[in-house]
Design a protein. Structure first.
Length: 103
């Protein structure tokens, strides 16, 4: 299982700002290992963000995203104590879900 995401969610005016660091290799399928064999593609395909169980962001990613991706975004609303949940799914159907409380 992949390492937990590092998530921070804070109020900024009338918006909630979320910053997340995901732990993932994000291999493109174009690189070779030391013996010259191609390293198979392995990357996050979808990211879903829920605010109190309501979807506020859905993203589709590809191989152009860097290793251990960082994502930052804002959405309208939110209050201290609300829950933000982030889920990603990669092209091997591996998934990771983590949550943070808005501070």
């Amino acid at each position: 299982m992949p390492d937990p995401m590092k998530i921070r969610a804070n109020l900024v005016g009338d918006s909630t700002e979320v910053k997340v660091l995901m732990s993932h290799e994000m291999d493109t399928g174009l690189a070779k290992d030391s013996s010259g064999k191609i390293i198979p593609a392995w990357f996050i395909q979808t990211v879903t963000v829920l605010h109190n169980d309501k979807r506020v962001l859905y993203a589709q990613w590809g191989t152009a995203v860097s290793k251990n991706p960082f994502m930052s975004f804002r959405f309208k609303g939110g209050a201290k104590g609300d829950k933000v949940t982030i889920t990603w799914v990669d092209n091997h159907n591996e998934t990771r879900t983590d949550s943070a409380i808005v501070g």
